[in-house]
Every structure is written in C-alpha cells, then in structure tokens.
Design a protein around this ligand. Structure first.
Ligand code: MRU
Length: 358
C-alpha cells in the first residue's frame, strides 16, 4: 500500500541474508520510522515489543528471524534454539508457529552450510504468499459486499484493532476488502474501533488516511451503540487463531462486537489466511490467550506538548490490572470466514470444505 503515494511494505529484506527493514509500529501514528533488524535477538525483540505486530506479519518476521540466526550458527542446536526463542514471543497468533514450523521443516534435512540461504529464500516465499493471499481475501470480501454496493448507498464497515496492511506484509486481512471496495469506487466508510490498551485502531486510521479511505475513529465501547442504531452495515475483523470448529481468537473486544452485531442482525465477518487456521485446535477453549504486562494499562503513550514521545501514568504502579490481549468469539456469532480461497461458514465442515487437504 502507499505511504505518501509511495508503494511500501511493512517488511523489506535488505541484501541477501543481511538484514530486514521493518516499520516500527510503536512510533506510529505520530512518526514513521523504520528499523534495521540484523539478528535473531533483534527479531524476537521486535515481535515481543510489538514493533511488528498482527498475526501474519509476526509469522513473516519470525521466519526471517530464523534466517538471521542461521547466518551466525546453523547446526541443529542453533536451529532449535532460534525456533524456541521466537516461538515464545507471542502465544496467541498461530501464524508465528506455522511459519516457524515451515522454515524448520525446510531446513532440517539440509546440511548446516546450506541453511542460512535456504531460510532466507523460504522466508521470502512466505512473505510473497502473504501478499498474494491478502490480495485475494480483498477480492473475496468485496464479492460479499457487491449486492450492498449495488444499492448505491454508502457502506459503513466497522473494524476492530488493526488488521490492515500494517498487520501483514501488504493489503491486510480485514481491511483488504475495504481497500478493494474503495479502489472499485464503491462509497465505503470505516468505523475504526480503537482497543485499550495498545490503541491499534490508531494504526488503522493512519493507514486508511494514507489510502484516502473515509473513516471515523470510535472508542471501543461505542460500537454497541452504533450497531444498535443501524449505523453499521457489516463488521469485519482479522484473527490471530481460528480453531477447527470456527471459533475465532482476535484482539480483546472482538467478542463484544460480535455479540452486539448478532443482536443487531449485522453480518460479522472474519478475514484471515490459511496460516491463521489451526486445525489442531479443536475449539476456542484450546487457544492460548496472551496476558501482557500491566504497565500497558497503567501508562498511556503519546506525544507531549512539544510533540515528543512520552508516557503518562493513569494508574499507580502497584494497582492490580489484568491485560488479556485477545478474546475468543464463538463460531455461532461469525457470519462467514473469508480466506484466500473464498468464504465459508464458521464451522468444521465449512473450513474443511475450503481446505480438504488440511
Ligand atoms: O496485538 P496485536 O496488535 O498483534 O493484535 C492484532 C490483531 O488482533 C489483529 O486483528 C490480528 O492479528 C489479525 S492481523 C491481520
């Protein structure tokens, strides 16, 4: 997608096996800043501290993290410890584990001397696949909205957190159909629900603005009111893990949106690529939910009155807080899951129908 009219991706390989360049998302929306990642430790830090975030982008970064590790040491022990270190960074997004398993399976049969180059190529393939899958999700999502668009009325789409191109390598998942609709000259407007405590809705607003898509930021808890008033035509979110029965883990607050959409009879879509579906996970109860540090709630981040990054204390440091980063939406509240292969009901049969080989 574009930044200042320049096509940009969230992650760029530099040289062959040397480094990757990422957009530091902790600085957005105030500052656009890139970082050069040259080691396994830096890749793990970037994921854990959410310089890169969003399930598909976490997976791609981890794949490159293994490649960077292999240039230092590529024996079996180094491979295992790289996979273990990266795998422990964020527990809910299954794309991370999917990408690590894929790179490991590619490298394991090779002699150590060939592993660094092979890992770099495999990470590049994962990144390219992510781009093409997200593009296709956009087209399939758009197909679902065409009847609505044919009425000529503005389509109001609500999304939650950031499942746009910043959360992937390009195009995004939940936002891909929004971009596809906008590019097809459909009158689309985004309700951008901004979750506490990391406020990723601000990232969504930033990238929609870069592309020129009309949007309005709302506090997370305003969603129910807008849905009840009939001001939303569809809700679309991404996912960090979809269980085999169609239950969906996504940014905390997604579940409440699904409940409100169900009550208001508004379709609730989940957009995600194959790498987000965990066929080994029977249902949502088996999905691990990441618990993040309480300081994310105790301190808010922003700019001071001189436009310098600063944090502001909202809660005393000894205040007990809970900070689950995701929740699980039961499949019965999901109208359809949109993947690169098309859309399906959020059921075991629906997912199996799209991925009979899984
Ligand atoms: O904690 P984050 O910012 O990584 O969470 C991101 C989300 O919950 C996204 O909706 C999800 O990863 C899908 S991204 C295409």
């Amino acid at each position: 997608m574009n930044i200042d009219n320049r096509p940009t991706r969230t992650l760029r390989p530099l040289g062959v096996g040397e480094a990757i360049e990422i957009i530091d998302q902790t600085a957005l929306p105030h500052r656009y800043q890139t970082r050069r990642i040259t080691s396994l430790a830096a890749a793990a830090h970037a994921i854990r501290d959410m310089q890169v975030r969003g399930a598909p982008l976490i997976g791609v970064t981890a794949a490159y993290g293994v490649a960077l590790a292999m240039k230092e040491s590529a024996d079996d022990a180094a491979l295992s410890s790289a996979v273990d270190l990266l795998g422990a960074t964020r527990p809910t997004a299954v794309n991370l584990h999917w990408a690590l398993a894929r790179v490991r399976a590619c490298l394991q049969p090779l002699p150590p001397a060939e592993r660094a180059a092979a890992a770099w190529l495999e990470a590049g393939r994962i990144a390219e696949e992510d781009v093409s899958q997200c593009r296709r999700i956009g087209q399939h999502g758009l197909d679902l909205w065409r009847p609505l668009a044919a009425t000529g009325k503005r389509i109001n789409v609500m999304t939650h957190c950031n499942a746009g191109w910043l959360a992937t390598v390009d195009y995004g998942t939940a936002l891909a159909p929004v971009y596809a609709a906008f590019d097809a000259r459909i009158d689309v407007h985004g309700w951008v629900s901004e979750p506490r405590p990391r406020n990723q809705g601000l990232l969504t607003a930033w990238e929609l603005k870069q592309h020129g898509v009309p949007h309005t930021v709302i506090a997370d808890n305003a969603a129910g009111l807008l849905l009840a008033r009939g001001e939303v035509d569809a809700v679309i979110v991404g996912a960090d893990r979809i269980a085999a029965n169609g239950d969906v883990a996504n940014k905390v607050g997604t579940y409440l949106k699904a409940l409100a959409a169900f009550e208001a009879r508004v379709p609730f879509y989940v957009a995600a690529p194959r790498s987000t579906i965990d066929f080994t996970c029977r249902d949502g109860n088996a999905i691990p939910i990441e618990e993040r540090h309480g300081d994310e709630l105790r301190l808010v981040q922003g700019l001071d009155d001189k436009d310098r990054p600063d944090s502001l204390r909202q809660l005393p440091s000894d205040e007990a807080v809970g900070n689950p980063a995701f929740d699980v939406t039961p499949a019965r509240f999901v109208t359809a899951i949109i993947t690169e292969r098309g859309s399906c009901p959020a059921t075991t049969d629906g997912l199996r129908g799209l991925y009979p080989e899984a």
